[in-house]
Design a protein around this ligand. Structure first.
Ligand SMILES: [Zn+2]
Length: 296
């Protein structure tokens, strides 16, 4: 399928599919792989549910969406999203990207299918991170920063977040039901990890681990992707810039109602996809089927 749109077009038109890279998987849904001197682990936090597609992707042709879902044996009444946490260890430092839902009570519509990361880390013998870099501050990405009694889950880890992302979700001006879950949780979590919080404008200062931030606004106002450099090429962490491994890849220009700025998110997605294809980077996406890593 060729893609691109009038306002935000790829310089190169590409036939796009996502080819997962299957790695050694141990019980509890933990995957490991080595690449160019960097050791990677992926921990499953479980899954979250949204949909149905006609509500999440209202601008897409519903009949065509359902046909695509049929071709992949997927239901029409909901969209299932995995939740995957990437950990990269290089030069003796372990950087974890996002933290999962944690022990918090999520909105009922999600079911209770996420929040498994810490359990999976324990049974998979995964060590605690030294640093945690956040892609954005939605609840299923930051709730795992705290434990059942509200203390930091990883008390020795520095927590890196974009300055404006932190400011947006903790701003007391945001009240009411629409903001209650994400803003309430952000205030609780950021307050709990305040001592270790490192807010950054554009550069988190993690280059010593080969990690750089890529501003990727759209899903949230300062959503951030990350590039992890290895001696054998890069890994590109998309965060939530491309939530669905099929719909967002076949038609990246389809807008998702859960994005803060859906049009901007489309442009961001196209830019990231082009980067990945041009550089041959391995891509990782938080919500793609576990382990969420492969090639475009
Ligand atoms: Zn998400």
């Amino acid at each position: 399928m060729l893609w691109g749109n009038s306002s935000c077009r790829l310089r190169t038109q590409i036939v796009m599919t996502f080819e997962p890279v299957v790695q050694t998987i141990v019980p509890g849904k933990v995957a490991h792989f080595e690449m160019g001197g960097v050791s990677f682990e992926i921990v499953s936090d479980g899954a979250v549910v949204s949909g149905p597609p006609e509500k999440t992707h209202p601008h897409a042709d519903a009949g065509y969406v359902n046909k695509i879902l049929d071709n992949h044996g997927l239901p029409h009444d909901r969209l299932d999203f995995a939740a995957n946490i990437l950990i990269a260890e290089s030069h003796g430092s372990r950087t974890m990207f996002d933290a999962g839902l944690g022990p918090v009570s999520n909105p009922p519509a999600w079911g209770r299918a996420a929040g498994d990361a810490f359990h999976n880390m324990r049974i998979g013998s995964i060590h605690a991170p030294d640093r945690i870099a956040l892609t954005h501050a939605h609840g299923e990405h930051i709730g795992g920063l705290i434990d059942e009694i509200g203390n930091p889950r990883f008390p020795n880890a520095e927590v890196y977040a974009p300055f404006e992302e932190h400011a947006f979700w903790t701003d007391p001006i945001r009240t009411g039901p629409a903001w209650a879950f994400d803003c309430g949780l952000a205030r609780t979590v950021f307050s709990a990890v305040d001592k270790n919080l490192k807010l950054f404008a554009s550069d988190p200062g993690l280059k010593d681990s080969g990690v750089t931030a890529i501003p990727t606004p759209g899903h949230t106002i300062t959503h951030t992707a990350y590039r992890i450099k290895t001696e054998a090429g890069d890994v590109l962490h998309f965060g939530d810039a491309a939530r669905h491994s099929i719909l967002n890849v076949v038609y990246p220009e389809w807008k998702f109602v859960g994005d803060f700025d859906p049009v901007q998110c489309v442009c961001t997605r196209l830019r990231l996809f082009e980067d990945a294809v041009r550089t041959g980077a391995l891509v990782f996406s938080y919500h793609w089927p576990f382990p969420g890593i492969g090639h475009l």
